[in-house]
Design a protein around this ligand. Structure first.
Ligand code: DCP
Ligand code: MG
Ligand code: MG
Length: 433
């Protein structure tokens, strides 16, 4: 069997297609927008229009397309092995019986004995989705598209249409193209932010096309149950209902303080998404660089805490500049220290918001350093190194950090100065911000 590389389909070691692809990773590449993706100064954001495209009963529709005998019949796709069978998706004919994603096959067969259950064949669906991605790129350049999950895309059409009417026509043309290319139907949501576009898609399925304008907010979005909001799952939904938040409107009208207290920064994100203030953009995964690193071996070993910190900071600054130079942000930091006796200590951590901010990388490295044997006269430090992973394109190159109230530092401009006048021209105070 061909090897596949997708992050959505995880091959299993067992033999046979069914077993191999019975588990599909459902997590999208990115969950709902991170707070760093939201611009606090909404007024400064250009008005945007996004499309969200989601296939109808995706796996089941593909199977029905490929086998005419299945058309018009209740079909489910998932794992079909004995008692452990599970429904990953069901055709709309099967849904009419109440069959739904996540149901056990045993239960599904009970409510619809005629149900035809089929194994899931990941590679086939993946080829389709990749082919369609190429199709989409005949409408807009790749940087305006984002594959969000196994059967979903976002498209930023702001630069290609003048208003919602044109956006709707644009969406229809994409739907027609998908039908022509792959003989599959999808539903599309059109709105002024990604969250609303995603919700709009579900308004009319299958084969739907729904537009939500800012004027529709109160009437169309606010009455929806809060669970319909991107990122709000069963558990968070339950916690919200205990706070008397039942609809998206309730959430939109709850104070930021209350939500922050209960859900941390995500509470603020939920509220913004509910209010239509999701200013996140198309998320672009960098395909070029997997990691970046910088190591520095000293001519003289050091051990005083100030010198050590200074060195950590130097490496962090250099690496951040390297990232900014490539317009990247990192989600993961690895820090290594080599001692005078040539032994190593190393550690790693997630960088909570993807970042290229000198201060965050520096402080994170210091956190890691706390777990190392501390350098001292008998155990001086000789080499400092950092590697960052999980690199993504820096979409809003102003290092927005909404909630930690750091001073905004124009790192990109400082880099330019350093480039022109040399490293020593400017240095930020150690505790800046
Ligand atoms: N899927 C899965 N397990 C889940 C949800 C989905 O394996 N818990 C798979 C099967 C779906 C595909 O991902 O076909 C896409 O998921 P969707 O949520 O978009 O569901 P469908 O496309 O099947 O139906 P809908 O028409 O509601 O979008
Ligand atoms: Mg779908
Ligand atoms: Mg989907």
């Amino acid at each position: 069997m061909d090897k596949i590389s997708s992050s959505f389909f995880i091959p299993r070691s067992e033999q046979g297609y069914d077993a191999m692809y019975k588990r599909i990773r459902l997590m999208p590449l990115y969950s709902f927008p991170h707070y760093r993706d939201l611009n606090p100064h909404l007024g400064q954001c250009k008005p945007k229009i996004f499309l969200h495209i989601d296939f109808d009963a995706f796996y089941a529709q593909v199977e029905q397309r490929d086998n005419p005998n299945l058309r018009g019949k209740p079909v489910s796709v998932g794992s079909t092995t004995g008692m452990k069978g599970i429904v990953m998706t069901a055709s709309y004919e099967a849904r009419a019986f109440g069959i739904d994603t996540g149901m056990s096959l045993w239960e599904a067969k009970k409510i619809c004995p005629k149900l035809i259950s089929l194994p899931c064949y990941g590679p086939k669906y993946e080829v389709i989705i990749q082919n369609l991605m190429r199709g989409l790129r005949t409408f807009v350049p790749p940087e305006f598209t984002e594959q969000y999950s196994v059967d979903e895309y976002f498209v930023d059409v702001s630069d290609f249409v003048k208003n919602f009417k044109e956006a709707k026509e644009f969406a229809q043309r994409i739907k027609d193209k998908i039908l022509e290319m792959e003989d599959l139907t999808c539903s599309v949501g059109v709105s002024y932010n990604k969250s609303y576009a995603k919700m709009a898609t579900k308004f009319k399925k299958p084969d739907g096309l729904t537009v939500i304008t800012p004027d529709d907010r109160e009437k169309e979005i606010y009455p929806l149950p809060v669970r319909r909001l991107w990122g709000v799952g069963a558990r968070i939904g339950r916690r919200m209902s205990l706070m008397n938040i039942f609809t998206i409107g309730d959430l939109a009208n709850t104070s930021e303080g209350v939500l922050r207290k209960e859900f941390g920064v995500n509470g603020i994100v939920f509220r913004r998404l509910a209010r239509g203030e999701d200013s996140s953009e198309i998320f672009r995964r960098s395909t070029h660089e997997k990691s970046l690193n910088h190591h520095h071996t000293l001519t003289n070993n050091i051990y005083s805490i100030d010198e050590v910190k200074n060195e950590v900071r130097r490496v962090a600054e250099y690496l951040c500049r390297k990232m900014r130079n490539k317009k990247l942000v990192a989600g993961y930091l690895y820090f290594v220290l080599r001692y005078g006796n040539l032994r190593y200590a190393s550690g790693d951590m997630h960088l909570p918001p993807h970042t290229n901010d000198d201060r965050i990388v520096y402080e994170s490295a210091l956190e890691i350093l706390k777990n190392f044997p501390q350098p001292n006269e008998n155990l001086p430090a000789r080499m400092f190194g950092m590697t960052v992973f999980d690199l993504h394109e820096d979409t809003n190159s102003c290092n927005l950090e909404l909630f930690t109230r750091r001073t905004h530092i124009p790192f990109y401009h400082l880099d330019k100065l350093k480039q022109k006048f040399g490293e020593g021209v400017i240095r930020i105070g150690l505790n800046a911000g």
